[in-house]
Design a protein around this ligand. Structure first.
Ligand SMILES: [Cu+2]
Length: 628
């Protein structure tokens, strides 16, 4: 599934890598007189490095014409390629196996890197050098281990010095899918890391070959298909076997290598190795474990430091599009009144939280945590004195609870996760039941990680009618205004929050941004009650009505006495606050209700049809137009 634009590159790269490796394997085993260990080396390296492995094979090892391999592979740069290929094939195989295993076992990244080094080194030394080269080098297995130790150490140090920072910075950047072996991005990052490791290890390998300490490319004629190693003709080694047992092709033999050279080179590679493995610790949190951040993608601009815990990364991470189970119709509306069923005098409501795709504009689709597949969640209408039961089912990928904002309820029905109840796990259910003691404008919302869950859409209106219906002021129309802020970039939806990188770029009233918001129609002389609800998480929105002031008649569900009511044309609606205001239509025309922070009346900083975001149109007709 394409989740980020980079995924096109990832899939293309991995497909090319497999095709390249198939070609190299075919050509090596069908046409090329290379030693078997190097054949396998090139196949593996091409699998790991894709088109770069293919390029190296064709340029350095593929026999151009029958009988020319011996001469073709003689140049030192090609021998260096062969030596590096051999090294990378073993080391990288070990590193890849270790990386996958450590990620699955749940080690922190800094342990991952160390285990990868050790396993890569041992696999390279004990298998790819000492074992596979034994037939060519002669001697016992333990002799080979001792002979191979230093060249393997130098080469592996440089390989990891290049690979480790690439792995760490790309795996622990914004897109944490790169840490998880089940994600194609993990394999792409490994591929890039191996490629960089190859380049960094190449100069040392050239030096090792030039000084007779390591093997390069070889030519093996004749007995390939008989499977008998003794029959291999080794006369045409273009490379050289260490130890001065055979002629050196390039530069001096091993005897020209001095102890100071070895010490200096070993020291240098160790410094490079340690720098590659631990300098990244100054920039990223190497204590994070892959399983903690599995598949999390953080918003662009989020600041992460070595102290940023995995929990903070998960909190700001995008909704994984693969968790979306339903796509709402483009013109679907939220805040639908949910009719209860009556069970023994109890009004029963079913709320089901799940991940959906939801259009806030015809062309802008967010992923959302929705209740009953709508944003905002369904409106619950109670009457003061009702006995209500709400069955909350959680189909989100994380635990959740519901809170009845402003209501007097038994404590265990209040909903703060980990405080009054265990959060409802994915697939779980919790029954909230209470007697409604108040009346007015309220709302419900998630109270487990509300900074994330409410920001992603888990909220809805609670409208409670007074038992005595004359207790509240009457109007011709009643319109609920639920505010929300969204962060949607590159097809991913992040919870909007007042953190670097978390600032919203879309704003909605009742789940839609202007011009997709409702259009309200009135006649001159009629009145409308706006019930503002601060269902949003971050900003205080100064809600302003054109065409004259409204009267504020209730705050936070409580009706104001006649003396306490006041007129205004802007009311600051903070997160969690509710204001009921009554506005009379005085003049015909198109009047807008909007937030007075102009950025909140834009869609991703773009003005559409004169506004955007938190804007609703009220069309007032002259009274006579309807006849009297
Ligand atoms: Cu605003």
């Amino acid at each position: 599934m394409i989740i980020q634009p980079i995924d096109f590159v990832v899939y293309a790269w991995l497909i090319i890598a497999v095709l390249s490796a198939i070609y190299v394997a075919y050509d090596q085993f069908r046409h090329n007189p290379e030693a078997p260990v190097m054949k396998w080396g090139f196949v593996l390296v091409t699998l790991y490095m894709g088109p770069i492995g293919l390029l190296l094979y064709v340029m350095a090892d593929k026999e151009p014409a029958p009988g020319t391999h011996e001469n073709f592979v003689k140049p030192l740069w090609k021998q260096g390629v062969g030596s590096t290929v051999h090294c990378i094939a073993g080391d990288a195989t070990g590193i890849i196996l270790a990386a996958a295993a450590t990620a699955l076992l749940g080690f922190p990244m800094w342990i991952d890197v160390i285990v990868e080094y050790v396993v890569g080194f041992l696999l390279g030394l004990l298998i790819f050098q000492a074992l596979f080269m034994r037939d060519i080098m002669g001697g016992s297995y333990s002799q080979n281990v001792r002979r191979s130790f230093l060249p393997e150490l130098l080469s592996m140090n440089m390989m990891m010095a290049g690979m480790a920072p690439v792995m760490i910075f790309l795996m622990m950047g914004r897109d944490m899918r790169a840490m998880w072996p089940a994600e194609p991005l993990f394999w792409f990052v490994m591929s890039l890391g191996i490629t960089v490791g190859f380049m960094i290890a190449y100069p040392v390998n050239v030096w090792l070959v030039a000084n007779g300490m390591k093997h390069g490319l070889m030519t093996v004629r004749g007995a390939d298909h008989e499977g008998s190693h003794e029959e291999h003709s080794m006369d045409h080694h273009a490379g050289h076997i260490m130890g001065g047992e055979q002629h050196a092709m390039h530069g001096g033999g091993a005897e020209t290598v001095t102890r100071p050279q070895i010490v200096a080179l070993t020291g240098f590679t160790l410094v490079a190795l340690l720098a590659g493995m631990f300098v990244p610790a100054a920039f990223v949190n190497l204590g994070v474990r892959a399983e903690e951040v599995r598949s999390a993608i953080m918003p662009p601009g989020m600041i992460t430091t070595p102290e940023t815990p995995a929990d903070a990364m998960r909190d700001m991470a995008a909704i994984d599009p693969r968790s979306v189970g339903y796509t709402a119709p483009v013109d679907a509306r939220g805040d639908r009144v949910l009719a209860p069923r009556l069970e023994n005098g109890v009004k029963v409501f079913d709320l089901d939280a799940s991940v959906i795709h939801w259009n806030i504009l015809p062309r802008v689709q967010v992923a959302a945590y929705a209740i009953n597949r709508q944003v905002p969640g369904p409106r619950l209408e109670f009457t003061e004195g009702d006995h209500v039961r709400i069955n909350f089912t959680n189909h989100l990928p994380e635990p959740a609870t519901m809170h009845w904002h402003g209501l007097v309820v038994p404590n265990r029905m209040d909903g703060p996760g980990y405080i009054t109840q265990d959060p409802v796990p994915p697939g779980g259910r919790y029954v909230y039941e209470y007697v409604v003691q108040q009346a007015g404008t309220y709302f419900y919302h998630s109270h487990t990680r509300p900074d994330r869950q409410q920001a992603l859409g888990l909220y809805g209106a609670l409208i409670i009618h007074p038992k005595d219906s004359t207790a509240e002021p009457k109007t011709n129309y009643d319109y609920v205004v639920q505010l929300q802020e969204w962060l949607d970039r590159d097809g991913l939806t992040y919870p909007a929050m007042l953190m670097e990188g978390g600032l919203p770029n879309y704003f909605t009233i009742n789940g839609k941004a202007w011009p997709a918001t409702d259009t309200l129609r009135m006649k001159v002389g009629e009145t409308i009650k706006f019930r503002f609800i601060g269902t949003n998480n971050n900003f205080i929105h100064p809600m302003h009505m054109h065409g004259g002031p409204f009267t504020v008649v209730a705050r936070d569900g409580v009706i104001l006495s006649s003396a306490a009511r006041f007129q205004a044309d802007v009311i600051n609606v903070g997160p969690g606050q509710r204001y009921d205001v009554i506005w009379p239509a005085r003049e015909p025309g198109k009047w807008i209700l909007h937030c007075h922070i102009p950025h909140h009346t834009l869609n991703n900083n773009v003005e559409e049809k004169g506004a955007g975001g938190l804007t609703v149109l009220v069309v007032v007709s002259p009274q006579e137009a309807f006849g009297t």
